[in-house]
Design a protein around this ligand. Structure first.
Ligand SMILES: Nc1ncnc2c1ncn2[C@@H]1O[C@H](COP(=O)(O)OP(=O)(O)O)[C@@H](O)[C@H]1O
Ligand SMILES: O=C(CO)[C@@H](O)[C@H](O)COP(=O)(O)O
Length: 470
């Protein structure tokens, strides 16, 4: 039995699954936490990866490993392979001004055609421009730029600063894949090449960038002799893990809320709503992302003094529409719509409807209505949606599954709880070992199908428009 390992180095934690390459059967798993914050020293990701691998029983008996990871984070290295400053993560909004500057300089239409997306503060390109504008001495020292999964892949393959790695600081050994590169804002996934003009404007010079490795190709070997595959951005890895095909839309409720689909045609949305990313299988991954998902539930569970399941039970005791209470969940600002400085609003309260049940339901409805707007944008762009796969930490909550059926108005398939990003990465590792991607089956536990709660969506739309107008 050949074993493969898949990793999800996500915003809040690192998860490792070890699976049978042929059947996909789960053999062992492990996880470790990441620190809080939108600015993180990458060494914490390495420590968490080592801890999660150890918890999963190590990888000595594994033939190949691949890493899926949070997208966009800016990891800047000097010529000695050392990290110059803490990485700015995808949910750090300080580069919102730089995003506007890039869009004004090149034009939304030009960037959408060239890179598939109009940049917002999440994109790596905007973080590099922020670095050049704010910390010019750090920007001048940048010899290489990597994403979180690229940097961990490099370290896993034995590279890193002298004294901390077996193979030393070989910057040219950095590697990535199309899906994660497509989230940088300086990559053209039609030609699989980097956009020098955007990079030069953003950073002031062209650094070493990870070479693009195609699915099924090998990046290198760990010092222990395990093959390393190219990895992927976390959303692309989840789609690959689920085997998502045309007509399947994936909604992921982790720190970010994302709605995306694997598509044979690329998008170039000049409004900036849809990011035109690449998938982990040589196709496209149109995606809409919000900054406010699982943590909205974490926050309301804390305020109401309940756990996640109890929050869900409270929500299901309230009627759809929460008696008129509406949450616009912009706790961390928002990315789609692009409102980096917005704050959350709880509106429509009266003495009669101000109950724990209504507030719990409004929290879940608000989180999902934000993503429903993304689903509508994908439909407007011609992306087919006959069913939705719900994944991510908050997607496992039974109340979220029921309410998702009402908000999306499309059958919601409930996959067995699992680590779908890590599974997708493990499937990439299996592709490397077997020569083609194995057809692992996905265990589902049911489908939620409800008429769409049109009034709930309309009330949310009005409240969100009001919040955006402030
Ligand atoms: N049953 C649940 N209901 C709601 N939220 C949950 C549940 N279980 C976990 N979460 C939340 O999901 C988040 C973790 O999900 P995950 O997909 O791993 O996030 P990320 O990939 O961004 O690190 C945490 O905020 C956690 O509190
Ligand atoms: O920025 C995006 C997608 O564009 C986020 O989806 C990140 O990739 C983080 O993912 P999670 O850690 O929330 O799963």
């Amino acid at each position: 039995m050949a074993l493969v390992a898949g990793v999800d180095t996500s915003t809040q934690s690192c998860k490792v699954v070890i699976r049978d390459a042929e059947t996909g059967a789960l053999v062992r798993e492990g996880r470790a936490s990441h620190p809080d914050g939108t600015e993180v020293n990458p060494s914490h990701w390495w420590t968490a990866l080592m801890e999660a691998i150890a918890q999963a029983g190590g990888i000595d008996d594994v033939e190949a490993i691949s890493i899926g990871g949070q997208q966009h984070g800016m990891v800047v290295l000097d010529s000695e392979g050392r990290v110059i400053r803490d990485a700015l993560l995808w949910n750090d909004t300080r580069s919102a001004g730089a995003a506007s500057e890039l869009t004004e300089h090149f034009g939304a239409n030009y960037l959408a055609q060239l890179t598939g997306s109009v940049p917002v503060a999440s994109f790596t390109s905007t973080k590099l421009l922020w670095l050049k504008n704010t910390e010019p001495e750090n920007a001048a020292r940048v010899a290489a730029v990597a994403l979180p999964h690229d940097w961990l892949t490099w370290r896993l393959a034995g590279y890193g600063p002298e004294g901390e790695s077996e193979k030393g600081p070989v910057l040219d050994a950095l590697a990535t894949d199309r899906s994660d590169a497509s989230g940088t804002g300086y990559f053209n996934s039609a030609t699989n090449s980097y956009c020098d003009e955007v990079l030069t404007y953003a950073l002031g010079h062209i650094p070493v960038l990870p070479r693009i490795v195609l699915p099924g190709e090998e990046v290198g070997m760990t010092p222990g002799g395990v093959k390393v595959a190219c990895g992927a951005g976390d959303n692309a890895a989840a789609a690959f893990g689920l085997g998502a095909a045309e007509g399947d839309v994936v909604v992921s409720l982790g720190t970010s809320g994302t709605v995306f689909a694997v598509s044979s045609s690329s998008t170039h949305d000049i409004s900036g709503t849809i990011a035109g990313f690449a998938s982990a299988s040589n196709s496209s991954l149109p995606l809409v992302c919000t900054l406010n998902a699982a943590r909205v539930m974490d926050s309301f569970a804390k305020v109401l003094g309940v756990n996640h399941d109890e929050l869900g039970q409270l929500a299901l005791k309230a009627e759809p529409g929460a008696g008129g209470v509406v949450l616009v969940p912009y706790f961390e600002g928002e990315r789609t719509p692009n409102l980096p400085d917005a704050t959350a609003e709880l509106v429509g309260l009266t003495l009669a409807n101000n109950t724990r049940e209504n507030i719990a339901r409004a929290a879940i409805e608000g989180m999902l209505c934000g993503l429903n707007a993304g689903l509508e944008a994908l439909a407007d762009a011609g992306v087919a949606c006959s069913r939705i796969f719900l994944v991510g930490g908050a997607g496992a909550n039974p109340a979220v599954q029921v309410i998702a059926g009402e908000i999306f108005g499309v059958p919601v398939v409930i996959a067995e709880p699992g680590e779908y990003v890590a599974n997708g990465a493990a499937r990439q590792a299996a592709q490397l070992v077997l020569g083609s991607a194995p057809a692992w089956s996905i265990a589902t536990i049911g489908t939620v199908s409800s008429p769409q709660a049109v009034n709930v969506i309309e009330n949310y739309r009005k409240a969100a428009a009001f919040a955006a107008s402030r």
